[in-house]
Design a protein around this ligand. Structure first.
Ligand SMILES: Nc1ncnc2c1ncn2[C@@H]1O[C@H](COP(=O)(O)OP(=O)(O)OP(=O)(O)O)[C@@H](O)[C@H]1O
Ligand SMILES: Nc1nc(=O)c2ncn([C@H]3C[C@H](O)[C@@H](CO)O3)c2[nH]1
Length: 217
């Protein structure tokens, strides 16, 4: 059983790489709830009002995916539950959640992570894959994908939000020690449109998985 989780800022390429990995490794892919997410557009419309609700929504959905993923054999998840705290605390620092909401959320997340530990013999993912992109690349990809509510034209204040989010990922990744990890350079490798880049990225990930397998035997 192999569980891979993707991590990275908005528009980094997590879903794209998830799809490629699932195909390559013949595993099931689990995607973050976006199209069927009723709260996400509300959050972008009014973050002050909906930050807490959105976070609870995502936490619940992720918990659901993890439960389904752990009952399956091999799988790839397009965003890790370990990033939830990063996203929520950024919003809390921006004054979009009060002290009590932060306390309740942190407690709930801790509880859920403990629950995941008791769900299956597989307690942690085998590998966390962080797709790292520069701030400029992040903006380019958000624009390219074109989800309306994420566009800077829709809300120019998103510029600062995106910038801060992207910079927090570096510290987050450095400190991450829950399972083995690898960083993929999403600026350098255009793995969506360039076949050679795609092959190189998949090779890096497969080599890391082999290395981990060697360490475990
Ligand atoms: N390495 C890449 N090279 C070229 N284009 C890319 C690359 N990665 C992603 N893209 C493009 O950037 C856009 C965002 O990618 P994707 O939806 O995979 O990001 P994501 O990390 O899943 O974002 P989110 O977390 O916001 O859902 C898409 O249009 C995708 O085709
Ligand atoms: N605030 C907040 N907390 C989360 O845990 C979270 N997870 C994802 N997202 C937003 C980013 C993309 O717009 C879109 C798709 O990733 O959803 C989040 N936003």
């Amino acid at each position: 059983m192999t569980v891979l989780v993707l991590a990275g800022t908005i528009g980094a390429g997590k879903s794209s790489l998830t799809e490629m990995l699932a195909e390559e490794l013949e595993t099931q892919a689990f995607y973050e709830s976006v199209h069927d997410n009723k709260v996400l557009p509300l959050f972008y419309e009014n973050p002050q009002k909906y930050a807490f609700l959105l976070q609870i929504y995502f936490l619940n959905k992720r918990f659901d995916s993890i439960k389904r993923a752990l009952s399956d054999n091999n799988n790839v998840l397009d965003r890790s539950i370990y990033e939830d705290s990063l996203l929520f605390h950024l919003n809390a620092d921006l004054g979009r959640a009060d002290e009590t909401e932060v306390e309740v959320y942190d407690d709930l997340l801790k509880n859920m992570l403990e629950e995941i530990d008791s769900l299956s013999f597989k307690k942690r993912p085998d590998l966390l894959i962080h797709v790292k992109v520069s701030f400029d690349k992040m903006l380019e990809r958000i624009k390219k994908r074109g989800r309306q509510f994420e566009q800077l034209e829709y809300d120019p204040s998103l510029y600062d939000y995106y910038k801060e989010l992207n910079s927090r990922y570096d510290t987050w990744f450095e400190a991450f020690d829950i399972c083995p990890k690898i960083q993929i350079d999403g600026d350098k490798y255009d793995f969506v449109e360039n076949e050679q880049s795609k092959i190189q990225v998949l090779q890096q990930i497969k080599a890391k998985l082999k290395e981990i397998e060697g360490e475990n035997n």
